[in-house]
Ligand binder design. Structure first.
Ligand code: 2RA
Length: 330
């Protein structure tokens, strides 16, 4: 299958190529796509060297699927052009996520909603993906009324500039700043930009995307998104209030039986998820599962995942695998 990776030289794009190779996706021809300044650069993929091409050339080449991670503006301009040419776009930007005509897909939860009419499919935000992976089976069983989530997000979610800023701060070197403040020895309550309502776009993604993916606007969601000097993945403290009461052991059983979720939860052995160990893995790790005794039918848990993998690249490749397996892309 002819596959384009738009944003192939970026942090997520590179992981998309890695995941395509790891999962032996049947790529017969790769079209690495990036901005004009990267055209001609060489990319090594499965032992072969490919040259980065322009967006226009990639559209003309009519790939079966184009995996995008190149920012919202590029997606808004170019995803429709690929779609018109017959390509199915899986877009990792926020451009199409809340478009009522576009599907927002976590394959383990709602891939079955994809039809042959869907030519632009949105990949949810990384912090949303890992949270709904744990919430979806619990919502089905117990009915979630309210979600309170605080995130502790890896600087890789911001990009290479943020990683460089942290490295410079480790070494006491002045350099470009990805954030308005130091990130080393700090925690920034500021991911993405502030909206009129005083919440950041990152916080509102958790609110809006969760409801869309779980297909239930009655779920009350509130969030606080924090950036911390970590590189392995995002962590989330999640408090849930259900419609119905539950047994904690049943919660653990349901999560244990959920494909793509691994429960790491035993205070007696200091067993709980941590980003340093989640890095490079595709599962969503859940621990610190415990009843919230402060209010009825309520639970606390801790969710960790590699934001570049299941939070972005792997989820997008899994959508592509679904398209292939269901005859929706040839
Ligand atoms: C962040 N979720 O972590 C974003 C990345 N797209 O900043």
């Amino acid at each position: 299958m002819k596959i384009a990776v738009v944003g192939a030289t970026g942090m997520v794009g590179e992981v998309m190529l890695q995941v395509l190779a790891e999962r032996r996706f049947p790529v017969t021809e790769l079209l690495p796509v990036a901005s004009e300044r990267s055209v001609g650069k060489e990319i090594l993929f499965q032992g072969k060297t490919y040259k980065v091409i322009s967006l226009a050339d990639a559209v003309a080449a009519k790939p079966a699927i184009a995996l995008f991670s190149a920012g919202g503006a590029t997606s808004l301009e170019w995803a429709p052009k690929f779609a018109t040419a017959g390509t199915i776009v899986v877009d990792n930007s926020s451009a199409w996520r809340m478009d009522p005509g576009k599907k927002l897909v976590v394959p383990e939860i709602n891939a079955s909603e994809i039809t042959a009419d869907d030519k632009i499919i949105a990949n949810p935000n990384c912090s949303t993906i890992q949270m709904v992976m744990a919430l979806a089976p619990l919502h089905s069983r117990y009915g979630i009324k309210r979600v309170v989530v605080s995130t502790y997000q890896s600087i890789t979610g911001t990009g290479v500039k943020a990683v460089r800023q942290l490295e410079n701060e480790y070494e006491g070197v002045q350099g470009d700043m990805a954030y308005p403040y130091p990130i080393h020895r700090n925690a920034l309550p500021h991911c993405d930009v502030f909206e009129e309502n005083g919440y950041t776009k990152e916080e509102m993604k958790l609110v809006r995307e969760t409801r869309k993916i779980l297909n239930d606007d009655s779920i009350a969601v509130t969030s606080t998104a924090i950036r911390i000097p970590v590189v392995g993945g995002h962590s989330e403290s999640v408090n849930l209030q259900f419609e119905n009461d539950f047994e904690v052991e049943d919660i653990r059983r349901i999560l244990n039986e959920t494909p793509g979720v691994t429960v790491q939860d035993n205070p007696d052995t200091n067993t709980y998820p941590m980003p340093i160990y989640a890095q490079g893995k595709d599962d969503v790790f859940v621990g610190r599962i415990r009843r919230d005794h402060s209010q009825p039918n309520s639970l606390n848990m801790w969710i960790v995942a590699d934001n570049l993998r299941k939070g972005a690249a792997t989820n997008a490749v899994q959508v592509a695998e679904y398209l292939l397996a269901n005859g929706l892309a040839k």
